[in-house]
Ligand binder design. Sequence first.
Ligand code: NAP
Length: 262
Amino acid sequence: MKNPASSLIRSILGVLAGAGLLFGVATTSLADGHESEANGHTVLITGANRGLGLEFARQYAADGWTVIGTARRPAGAEELAALDVEVMQLDVTDRESIAALAAALDGRAIDMLINNAGIFPRVSEIDNIDADAYLQTLTVNTLGPVLVTQAVMPNLRAGELKQVINITSGLASIERNSGGFYGYRESKAALNMFTSTLAAELGEDGFICLALHPGWVRTDMGGANANLSPEESVSGMSSVIDGLTAEHNGRYFGYDGSEVAW
Ligand code: NAP
């Protein structure tokens, strides 16, 4: 799944651009003073103010993408705002917020949607399941990506790449299930099924829809003991995304390009 050729080409282009050897290629200035060639593609990332979403925004902006990063509270999204990205408000549980985002994006082509926003309650005993918390997990992790995808479907249809990347989890795998994490597992397994169903509907139209597991990552969610940095996880995931072709539509991969058992 990794696409070394594409990464190599990007590295070479980066070196050439850095050395001023690429003429006639539009460049965008980054907040850190570096420049990268604009590649003409646009990515929309939910939950981009921290964690993996922020790292996706950082890496795609550095690669010359037009990045639209969403945050529930844009006023508090300083790290995101410091990047060369557009910051837009989005709470994936709030239908008015989703509609306002869609209205703000009306008429714009979006090449890739990364449904990244999520929550991770830790409930490991049946006796501790709380109905409201359980529903909230499904609302954020499952219904949120479904409604966001639906809302920006005209933008994705107008995009060149037509990629929907749903950030799932290895904990969604029924085959690998070792118990615990009620609610979270179900929410991500349902997200996987949404990915598969969307892929079946839209594959003929050139869409590539993917369930992508980031690994265990040192974010607020993953905690300090996780084995991957956000940089490592997102570099791996973007290599997987770089290598996507129609044959990958509707599949479930890890950040390292390995296929995950449903
Ligand atoms: P994180 O550090 O906790 O960040 C979660 C992000 O989601 C934040 O930007 C948060 O915004 C946003 N969010 C939460 N509820 C939201 C809502 N209702 N509307 C919009 N945004 C909302 O988590 P992360 O580790 O970066 O996780 C990103 C994704 O990877 C999640 O889908 C997670 O399930 C998945 N994942 C992570 C790991 C891991 O080890 N870290 C492993 C497997 C899967 P606020 O700042 O406003 O709360």
